[in-house]
Design a protein around this ligand. Sequence first.
Ligand code: GAP
Length: 482
Amino acid sequence: MDLMEKIVSLCKRRGFVFQSSEIYGGFGSCYDFGPQGVELKNNIKKLWWKNIVQDREDVVGLDSAILMSSRVWQASGHLSTGFADEMVECQSCHSRFRKDQLKIFNFQFPISNQIPNSKFQKSKCLECGGKLSAPRKFNLMMKTFVGPVEDSANVAYLRAETCQGIYVNFQNVLQSQRMKIPFGIGQQGKAFRNEITPGNFIFRTREFEQMEMQYFIKSKVKSQKSKVILKNDQELGIEGQNLNAINKDEWSNKEWFVYWANERMNWYLNLGIKKENLRFYKHKKDELAHYAKQGVDIEYKFPFGWQEVEGIHDRGDWDLSNHTKHSGRDLSYFDEKEKKKFIPNIIETSAGADRASLVFLLDAYCEEKVKGEARVVLKINKKLAPVKVAILPLARNQKKIIDLARKISNDLNKNFTCLYDDSGSIGRLYRRQDEVGTPYCLTVDFDSLEDKKVTVRDRDTMAQERIEISKLKEILIMKLNF
Ligand code: GAP
């Protein structure tokens, strides 16, 4: 089995991710997060929220509705050709492929926007060998109707990105929170896209969660000359400039873009993703999204190749200008110092919570040999581990041991996500916890009744130590770095 197959199998077996509507044969590339998966994804979202919103004075949070006026999507450009993928369709079996992804299907010619459409027709469908159509645009917005009548006046769209809710609330947040530019608004939530080629498990799905932050700045023209460069695979810089030497008040789009890209890269690195599996990919002009002036992806080395986990974009004044134009409401900012109004520019950081879950799972997966036996262990950052402490009584028929183990579990549960399990031999219980990445297993045995101590086993080193029950909470807080 390759790594992807192992992760998919582990996710199902251990309760991270299940296929949606599985008992009905599954449903269109949608997935459900099981008991372990929901803890993992919640931990990712919590750490993002803490890092981006709670730990900073200059960013506040928002939770806007999924359904919005369809005028939002006209203004944003999503209903026009801007938010459409080009696809080719097999004329025999009607399989559809995204034009920009044909290279991953091993088509015989290099793909670029310069390739004449006629070339596509000369290529063959990988599914059935049939003829392919010329590329055509396919809009990704998911349509629905609001209210009892299904007519054009009641059309609504499921949001394709969470950030539009931020733009339309810009003035509400600005005024109610008395924010001063530069400042940001962060939001997490579901987004929907009618993807042509969803796939690779939870990498590309039609329903997914985003974690987005929009940072509102004043655009300054003077520092636009020098280029954004890659200092190394995991660090962006600006040619001939030391960012730290410049006063933040003087920063313009480029400096903020570089700052946020590096902040976001460091978030993944600090949560333990291996450096060699992460890199920046700078967008070329013809690869930019319809709203972006410059863009960089944080890419992860998936088993199916380098792919985006998060995008950082300089959106210029595209969003607030368009919403001002279409809504008729003034979305400008009044600069008290200069006594002037301007439309803020936006630097965006946009990550996927489901895709990040896949990254953290893949990166943490390890297979080891211990005393000649295979051990699968998820060496995931302790802060992300779905369960922090497992409480395992060594003799499941002994009431006194069970009672003590349950009492310890109930006490610790108030501080950590705990799991009590007495359903097998200790070897099997350890293996189960290793596979879901539980950092510490506590075993309660006969000696515990006498010496009031339990054995604490470390997931990564498998080292065991006896710890007094009365000191467990304090020691685990230290070990888990809470
Ligand atoms: N607001 C900008 C925006 O939405 P994007 O690059 O289209 O930018 C940002 O999406 C992130 O959302 C991606 O890096 C990815 O992590 C996640 N994402 C996008 N489409 C997805 C899909 N179909 N399935 C899972 N995650 C997706």
